[in-house]
Design a protein around this ligand. Structure first.
Ligand SMILES: [Zn+2]
Length: 65
């Protein structure tokens, strides 16, 4: 059983009552809000993009408008 992406909280109601939905891997259902959703791997993050965005956001927040 390979569970690479296991959600611990429902992204919609933040409940923890999540169960696998159907037989497809990566699909989950929340028994609290009765929603079914799918987790998907999009790709790796680009570290340079993260650092640059953090720097720009801190600069924007520190500078008075
Ligand atoms: Zn939910």
């Amino acid at each position: 059983m390979t569970s690479r992406a296991t959600p611990f909280h429902c992204p919609y109601c933040s409940d923890e009552d999540l169960r696998p939905h159907g037989e497809k891997h990566g699909e989950w259902e929340c028994r609290s809000c009765m929603r079914a959703f799918r987790l998907g791997y999009i790709g790796m993050l680009n570290p340079s993009q993260i650092s640059s965005s953090q720097i720009s956001s801190s600069q924007n927040s520190s500078s008075p408008h």
